[in-house]
Design a protein around this ligand. Sequence first.
Ligand code: ZN
Length: 290
Amino acid sequence: MLRRMSSYSGQKLATVVKELENFAPISWAEKWDNVGLLIEPHREKQITKILLTNDLTEPVINEALEKDVQLIISYHPPIFKPLTRITQSHWKERVVAACLANDIALYSPHTAWDKANGGVNDWLSEAVNRIISIRPLEPELGAPPGTGSGRFIETELELSQIVESLQKHIKNSVQIASAVNHQPNTLIKSVGICAGSGGSLLKGIRADLIITGEMSHHELLEFTHNNTTVLLCNHSNSERGFLTQFSPKLAECLKGTCEILVSDKDKDPLVTVAKNLDKEKNIFVDAYIQ
Ligand SMILES: [Zn+2]
């Protein structure tokens, strides 16, 4: 079979990594995190095709192999706890083995992207479509203004307007834990944002509304009894949309030398089943209708 020659001239891996760290230095990541270049191939390949994904699952590594990419950027680090072996018995080990065997490099930015100005939390904040002011909940010392963990937004919108715009923004349904005294037309003046799992960062903040990916039952009760409504997106649905926004930015940083793909196999493991099973397609149908 003839493989069509790539029209992209490509870059060295080190150049791509440098551009990624210009956007969000790995020194911004949390101390407990495991970020940066996680797999560097034994045989260096010119990087012409890059795959962006939120999670490097088995369907995504298969997609990477089919599409013949040389670099995967996985927002969540696929290697987190130290691996004591690389066998075929666990899916995470199989993913690492596939990268190594095919000389695919792996980079993970995680909490460095959360903090970046124009990063994951700023993307999630765009769901609030009337922003009077925005600032990080915890600014990153020594970093440019607007860098840090979470976001705090001043706004003036009805709760129902934010629910609607959030669902459009993440292209998915959300769950609502309504404050005891809130109705759909309650005026929301402050919003706390944390992409992913926001329970610990958002704990104790005073805001009319919280938007995050996931939170425990008891964390939800604390907020709803303190006049705060919580909107939950499902963990990765509060993060994934950033990749589509970042893709053309990265292409521009690399001066069009690499093709940037966003995974179409990457998805949140949870689906809200609001309708019956679609027997024809043999899938559960999500509640959100575009
Ligand atoms: Zn996350």
